[in-house]
Design a protein around this ligand. Structure first.
Ligand code: NAD
Ligand code: LMR
Length: 342
């Protein structure tokens, strides 16, 4: 049958070795917020991932079963189920090894990511409570903004439930890396897929710290003013999209792509592949902040190793120092939000 044939995977196209067959992998992935601007293209891409056996789509939107029915007609072996409303969340989560969360409100022009806190904090809290009870072992990838505060919220909820594993709560910052590769690729005249730029700190405005000095191949810009302009463009790239969409949301397609790439890294780690790495906003000891975006590797348990960020130049050190108060404030806001409910 088709399900037993080896499949040349998206993972393989991205450089992963193809030593699996679809029948070997039994990984259920739940997408919470699957009906949204990010959720739909993300789910479309995940439907094509041969490392996934079951994709559970959850949203409060009434059309969620329709999104699942639509995707289920695509001729890949991934089983798709739709789950709508809180009473069906448990079913979506049961047995999931990976949970991806793009649920929540996006920005409108003039808003900061922190302005989303009041709405999105309770959404992520409630979803996390249900993950803690129905899929306590799952690796959770959080896309919802503000990421700098949502990762602490999920972590605190997991701690309270006694199921916290810091290696399994990951904030998704991949879009910052994708953008940096694109912009440096354009400047250098290089294929952006071959450009690697680590981005550290957090995921909002000045907390986004692209390490252009570590770009591989090196960024051709040498003039400090131009480096500063490029750094600010990367920091404000989300706002660039919000403005261009003129009130109709924020980045969805590039985020769908980035979320699928990040999920694929988690899956490759789960499968036992070595040295799979991406940046992510995670619990670590790299700075005075409890959570920090850094290159990491993935393994059977989610995050395997914090790779850290190596040597940074004076300019990068300066913008990192400038970012720390904001990052610490964002993290504290998330932690305090959960403590309030003690
Ligand atoms: P959207 O409004 O298009 O979709 C959000 C979806 O979440 C909707 O379908 C909505 O019904 C659903 N939802 C709301 N409350 C829910 C709940 N309690 N449970 C399940 N689903 C719920 O928004 P979007 O453009 O998809 O953006 C989603 C989030 O992702 C926003 O917070 C946005 O800021 C963030 N985002 C993050 C990044 C990143 O790099 N991490 C990039 C882009 C957007
Ligand atoms: C992004 O970077 O595009 C997202 O965080 C969405 C936003 O609000 O900018």
């Amino acid at each position: 049958s088709r399900a037993l044939k080896p499949v040349v995977s998206v993972a393989a196209q991205n450089g992963a070795k193809t030593f699996s067959t679809t029948s070997e992998m039994q990984i259920k992935v739940a997408v919470l917020g699957a009906g949204g601007g990010i959720g739909q293209p993300l789910s479309l891409l995940l439907k094509h991932n041969p490392l996934i056996s079951h994709l559970a789509l959850y949203d409060i939107a009434p059309f969620t079963p329709g999104v699942a029915a639509d995707l289920s007609h695509i001729d890949t072996p991934v089983k798709v189920t739709g789950h709508k409303g809180p009473e069906q969340l448990g079913d979506a989560l049961q047995g999931s090894q990976v949970v991806v969360i793009p649920a929540g409100m996006p920005r409108k022009p003039g808003m900061t990511r922190d302005d989303l806190f009041n709405t999105n904090a309770s959404i992520v809290r409630d979803l996390s409570l249900c993950i803690a009870s129905h899929a306590p072992e799952a690796i959770v990838a959080i896309i919802t903004n503000p990421v700098n505060s949502m990762v602490p919220i999920t972590s605190e909820i997991m701690k309270k439930a006694g199921v916290y594993n810091p290696c399994k709560v990951l904030g998704v910052t991949t879009l910052d890396i994708v953008r940096s590769s694109t912009f440096v690729g354009e400047i250098n005249g290089d294929d952006p897929r071959c450009v690697k730029v680590p981005v550290i700190g957090g995921h909002s405005g000045i907390t986004i710290i692209p390490l252009l000095s570590q770009s591989q191949p090196p960024c051709k810009l040498k003039d400090p003013e131009k480096i500063d302009t490029l750094t600010k463009r990367i920091q404000e790239a989300g706002t660039e999209v919000v403005k261009a969409k003129a009130g109709f949301g924020s980045a969805t397609l590039s985020m769908g792509y980035s979320g699928a790439r990040f999920t694929n890294a988690i899956l490759r780690g789960l499968k036992g592949e070595q040295n799979v790495s991406e940046c992510a906003f995670v619990k670590c000891n790299l700075s005075e902040a409890e959570y920090f975006a850094t290159p990491i590797t993935f393994g059977k348990n989610g995050m395997e190793k914090v790779l850290g960020y190596g040597k940074i130049n004076d300019y990068e050190q300066k913008i990192l120092c400038a970012a720390m108060p904001e990052l610490l404030k964002n993290i504290k806001k998330g932690v305090d939000f959960v403590k309030k409910y003690d």
